[in-house]
Structures are given as C-alpha cells and as structure tokens.
Ligand binder design. Structure first.
Ligand code: GLC
Ligand code: MG
Length: 539
C-alpha cells in the first residue's frame, strides 16, 4: 500500500468519517507554567496532533468560568477564561490548526449557565416574579412554609436538583448548585444562544459539541418523577438512558435544533454539531440527528459494552442499523472526560491495556467517525489513587464518585512529573501525574515500535489511506469466526480490509483473512493472541 502524506478531508461532510481528538483543555499542555493547560499550550502541540493523524479537535469549555465544574459552568460565553488565555490566543490557535488541516470543534453548554453569569446574578437581585428570574427556573417551595423543594427532581451530581435562596424561592440545577438551568421556553434564552453560535462560527469554528443536548426542555409544569433516592432508594440518574424523565429528552427540545441547523448551514465549509445526548432507546437518540437537526450524537452504548464478543456485536449492530435509518454514520467513543478510561474499565494493568488497544483498533475500523480522548493514544489508565483533598469534581463531594482520575494532565516527556506538561522546569500541575507515567510519555513512546502511540499512528494512517476504510467504502460484513471472536470486513472495489478481534480465551488462527497490516499485539505463526485485534488486507 502506498504511503503518502495525510490529506485531511476537504468536503463539507468531513465529519462523517473524521477522527476527532478530545482536548480536555485544563490537562493537555500548559504554556505558562501555572499548572493548568491553556490555549497557547494547545497551539504549541498542534503538530503532534497532525502527526498523530487526527482530523479535528474538540476542545472542552475554555470560557470565562469560576471552574466549579471544570468550565462546564460558563459565566461568559463569548470570552476566554484568563486561566486559558485570551480571545487572541484562540484566534491564533485556530488559524494554526486550520493551516495544519485540523478542524476545531468547541463545546457549547446551553442547558445551564454558571451562577456567576450576569443573568443569574441579576435574577437573584431582581426578586421573585421578575423578568430576570423568568430566564431560569425559579419556583416557590412546597409545604406550608415553602421549605420543601418544588418537585422531586434529583441533581445528576447527587441530592435535590433545587437550592433555596435567601428570599425563600428555589431554583433548579440538574447539576451543581453553581450551574442553574436555563428556561429554554424563554425567547431571550433562545436568541442568546443563536447569537453565541454565530459568535464562534464567525471566529471560524468548524463545529460544536452540545453539552447535555437532551436536557434543555423540561416537561410543562415540572411534574414529579414519582420516585427517587428518598422514596425508593434508586437514584433517578440511574434511569438515564432507560426511562424518560420529565427533565430529559422532551419532544420540544428538537425545535431548538431545528432553529440551529439553518444557522450552521448558512456558513461555508461544513459546520457541524455533535450531541452529548442520553435517550431511552437508540431510536429516540436518532431523533437528534438528521438534515434539519444535529449532525451526530455520541454512541455511548459502545463505550458501555462489556469485554465480550456478544456485547460488542450487539451494540455495533444496533448502532449501524440506526445509522442507516438516519442517514448519518455512527459516532464511536471509548473514553471521555466523564468516564473511567477504557484501559481501566477493561481490567487495568497489562490486561486492561491489551484490551484497550484491541478495542481502539476495532473502533477505528468501523464506519463513521471516532472520538478519541487525549491520552488514550498513550494507553493511559485511570488514576485511581488521587488523594481526596486534591479531587475537584463537584460530583465527588455529593456522591463520592469522581471523574478526576481521567483528567490528570497528560505526560509529554522527561523524567519528573508533570512530564513536560508545562514549560521546561515547571513542576506544577493541577492534578499530580503518577510516577508510572514517565514510561508512558509521548517522548518515551514515539518511535518505539510496539508502543500504543505508534499503534494509533499506524492505525490512523491506514484509516486515512485505505480505500476500504474511506467514508464511502463498504459497510460492515460479518464473517464466520470462532466463538468469542469478531471478524468483519469492509470493501472497496476488489480490496477488502478485515478486522479480527479476539475476545476468546485462546489464540486464534487468522491466516484465512488476508495479510496482516497492523495488529494490537505481536502475531506469531499467524495466530492472533487473546485480547488482541488485527487488520488484514486482501487485494
Ligand atoms: C456534561 C459534561 C460534564 C459536565 C456536565 C454538566 O455531561 O460532559 O463534564 O459535568 O455536562 O455540564
Ligand atoms: Mg497554563
């Protein structure tokens, strides 16, 4: 196969097959030595991402924020937090990214603002019944003295979704109290976000990742769920994705996206939006996607699949069937800033890493786009032993569960933590990297043949160049395989690429499938070891 330099997709529907690299801005690269990643740090490292072979970056929120929820509490949607830089830094970063053929997707957080947002500050000052309060969900409490919350809704981060303020009213926050929910039935809220979209589109962004895209509309009258931790002991959030809650996935939310789509379409170059949406069924999730709504929605079922051939086969088949119905390819994801890293989910240690490498190769062979989370190309595990006093996830205080372990700054080089995260000599990082990460740094893995980094580089190069993996190439055809083994091929003309994943307990012969071109573990005698994947070619 000819090896050429990678040409990024230039068409308007570049997102259909794109590999998007999620940058958790706080933890990617720190240019000024304050221990926190920033936009200038991303800019410096763009060549690394180009060489890795990704098509686009998704940046988590870098807007002005008190950082109660890592920036998902936005105080000003049109500015950069000083911790991350300035708008000029953003402009310089996106200009360089585009020059390198990398597209930029930014995070949009429309469900809630920060409690430090001007609108919320004004709402608190203005008092009950005021127009300022109408932009949020303020309500009187229940009971004779109004000292019980207006309804039984629970915060995703634990506890009631309502907080009472000094004048006796309550306000709704599906996440932290510092993240009040906006009232999306209010025309000013809709107008504001349409304007925010234009603000970033005018600055050249290629797309948006829409945070809590299923949450903006609440059922009329804010009805009780009817059960919850207090009554049944079952947290409402545990039903997320299995039942329709009055605060999620309401039909009217689609009106919002039908208003956004013409805005995106009015800009040249294929501006897109991907939903972080949770819905009861794949069919309801599919309703977020289409020519008049959003372009993509993450397929979290793939991330949730357990390490078994049946489990993967089932979620892949379901997702592919849905993709056919909506006419948009699936959006695969194995890790992100909210979930335990997949190395650790699959067993941690050597076993977890083996499986993670195999799963990544599986994901990258599937049709559709793939979202990578920073550090997965290094095989980083979840950091499980962070001292509690260093944890910053607001969910930790309320539930004891913390997402900090997947947010530790990534290692770039050197012998001492934080391993080149900051400028030379800088010892600061907002979360400490474990000593074992010295061997996992970019510098330690670059050029090392069997490293995870080189595996990703090879897979991404082949994915770009191989006709059978192109966006218009063949769909997935499952091939006969031994129990516990997945094998499928995709074809273009007379060329076929087969991906074999060994989830059985024994090595499996793969010589019948073609010539191996990349594998997640060394192949001996045409045997694919356990917990490994290979791509094989037939021309
Ligand atoms: C999304 C984000 C998560 C954040 C939450 C509230 O789920 O991915 O990090 O805490 O929304 O904005
Ligand atoms: Mg910094």
């Amino acid at each position: 196969m000819a090896v050429s330099t990678i040409t990024p997709p230039r068409t308007d529907d570049w997102w259909r097959s794109a590999v998007v690299y999620q940058v958790y801005v706080r933890s990617f690269a720190d240019s000024d030595g304050d221990g926190v990643g920033d936009l200038a740090g991303i800019r410096e490292r763009l060549p690394y991402l180009r060489d890795l072979g990704v098509d686009a970056l998704w940046l988590t929120p870098f807007y002005t924020s008190p950082m109660v929820d890592g920036g998902y509490d936005v105080a000003d949607y049109r500015d950069v937090d000083p911790m991350f830089g300035t708008l000029a830094d953003f402009d310089a970063m996106i200009t360089d990214a585009h020059a390198l053929g990398l597209r930029i997707i930014v995070d949009l957080v429309p469900n809630h603002t920060s409690s430090a947002h001007r609108w919320f500050v004004d709402a608190l000052a203005a008092g009950p019944g005021s127009p300022e309060r109408a932009r949020y969900h303020f309500a009187d409490g229940r009971g004779e003295h109004g000292d019980r919350p207006p309804n039984d809704w629970e915060s995703i981060f634990g506890g009631p979704a309502w907080t009472r303020i000094a004048d006796g009213q309550w306000y709704l926050h599906l996440f932290d109290p510092a993240q009040p929910d906006l009232n999306w039935r209010h025309p000013e809220v809709r107008a504001e976000f349409e304007d925010v979209l234009r603000f970033w589109l005018d600055r050249g962004v290629d797309g948006f990742r829409v945070d809590v895209a299923h949450g903006m509309i609440k059922a009329e009258g804010l009805p009780d769920v009817g059960f919850g931790t207090a009554t049944t002991g079952q947290r409402q959030v545990d039903l997320l994705g299995r039942a329709r809650l009055p605060y999620f996935d309401q039909d009217e939310v689609h009106e919002i996206y039908r208003a956004w789509r013409p805005i995106l379409d009015s800009y040249p170059g294929g501006r897109m939006a991907v939903a972080e949406a949770w819905a009861e069924t794949p069919q309801r999730l599919a309703r977020y996607i289409g020519p008049d709504e959003l372009h993509q929605a993450f397929s979290f079922d793939f991330l949730d699949a357990t390490w078994s051939a049946d489990s993967f086969r089932k979620v892949i088949d379901t997702a592919l069937a849905e993709a056919t119905v909506v006419g948009a390819p699936t959006t695969w994801v194995l890790s992100n800033h909210d979930k335990q890293r997949h190395v650790t989910r699959y067993g941690d240690g050597a076993e977890g890493l083996r499986r993670a490498r195999a799963a990544s190769l599986l994901m990258l062979a599937l049709p559709g786009s793939a979202y990578l989370y920073q550090g997965e190309e290094l095989g980083l595990p979840e950091v499980l032993d962070l001292p509690d006093e260093l944890r910053q996830d607001p969910a930790f205080l309320r539930t004891g569960e913390s997402r900090d372990g997947c947010r530790v700054p990534i290692p770039w080089s050197g012998e001492l933590a934080p391993y080149g995260f900051g400028p030379a000599g800088s010892e600061l990082s907002w979360l400490p990297a474990p000593a074992t990460w010295r061997a996992l740094s970019v510098a330690a893995q670059a050029g090392t043949p069997d490293s995870t980094l080189e595996l990703y580089r090879a897979a991404l190069r082949i994915r770009h160049e191989h006709p059978a993996l192109a966006v218009d190439a063949g769909e997935v055809t499952w091939l006969p395989a031994e129990p516990g083994v997945l094998a499928f091929s995709r074809t273009a003309g007379t060329t076929a690429l087969t991906c074999v994943v060994n989830l059985s307990g024994a090595p499996v012969a793969i010589d019948g499938y073609g010539e191996p071109i990349v594998a997640s573990a060394p192949l001996t005698d045409h045997l694919l070891p356990i917990d490994a994947s290979a791509w094989l070619e037939r021309r």
